[in-house]
Design a protein around this ligand. Structure first.
Ligand code: ATP
Length: 239
């Protein structure tokens, strides 16, 4: 279980995240919705120790990661089984797909399983199999997102944090990418997904939460959120 408790982040005097608590079980997909600037990326970055929280705790299967987070030891957090696919990037664009995957398996926890993890990632994204020797910088936006997710999977995560993976993708590509998430979750990997595309993300998630101005204002099952008039009005473009 990944448990984020009362996480608070300040940028200078600006409070970007206020006592946000959210939990993800193994094999579960939880989506965090919210407008631009709501604090979604900050939540993921603080969980990975990429920004230092002012308050709060993160535990992974009961192990307290807070001191690693406070010291911003992100590589050690990855060793514990958390990985983030950032909003943009998450790949080495000068390297080939193959080389990106190899670097993804750098954590000690992943090395012995590299062949198996690579086979799983390429099964999820068969398109990458045909492009193993292509330089990632020359690939389309959608293909680059696939490489970023595949590379994260090579680190043998227990929990995968995804920051707006569909940003800038055509609807058909966004759908293709998010459709892969239940297959990843079926391996027991928990997924914390940040998205603006509510319709699509609520169709693959079991639960969801809404962030607004750094506050978690609503948490419910994905089905309830889909039917909620306020969520529909704000994020689903209806009512
Ligand atoms: P988006 O959907 O636009 O990516 P978001 O919900 O991910 O938005 P964050 O990137 O977490 O939002 O930003 C939350 C708030 O914190 C915003 O007001 C943003 O301007 C501010 N912020 C983010 N990063 C920094 C930073 N490094 N320094 C100062 N303020 C920041």
């Amino acid at each position: 279980m990944l448990e984020i408790r009362e996480l608070t982040v300040h940028y200078g005097l600006h409070e970007a995240l206020h006592e946000v608590s959210i939990a993800v079980a193994p094999g579960e997909i939880v989506v965090v919705l919210g407008a631009n600037g709501a604090g979604k990326s900050t939540l993921l970055k603080a969980t990975m120790g990429m920004v230092r929280p002012t308050r709060g705790h993160v535990t992974l299967d009961g192990l307290d990661l807070t001191s690693l987070i406070r010291r911003r030891l992100t590589h050690q957090i990855v060793e514990q089984g958390l990985v983030l696919v950032p909003e943009r990037g998450g790949t080495f664009t000068d390297l080939t797909v193959q080389e990106n995957l190899t670097l993804g398996a750098f954590p000690r926890r992943a090395r012995a399983r590299e062949a198996e993890l690579r086979a799983f990632a390429l099964e999820l994204f068969p398109r990458l199999k045909e492009r193993l020797h292509q330089r990632v910088g020359t690939m389309s936006g959608g293909e680059q997102r696939m490489v970023a997710v595949a590379r994260a999977l090579l680190s043998a995560p227990r929990f995968l944090l995804l920051d707006e993976p569909t940003l800038g993708l055509a609807p058909v590509l966004a759908k293709q990418l998010l459709r892969v998430l239940p297959q990843i979750a079926a391996e027991g990997i928990g997924i914390l997904l940040v998205e603006q595309n509510a319709q699509l993300s609520l169709s693959v998630a079991q639960r969801g939460a809404v962030l607004s101005n750094g506050h978690l204002v609503h948490a419910a099952s994905a089905a309830e959120l889909r039917d909620d008039p306020a969520v529909r009005a704000a994020y689903l473009g209806s009512e």
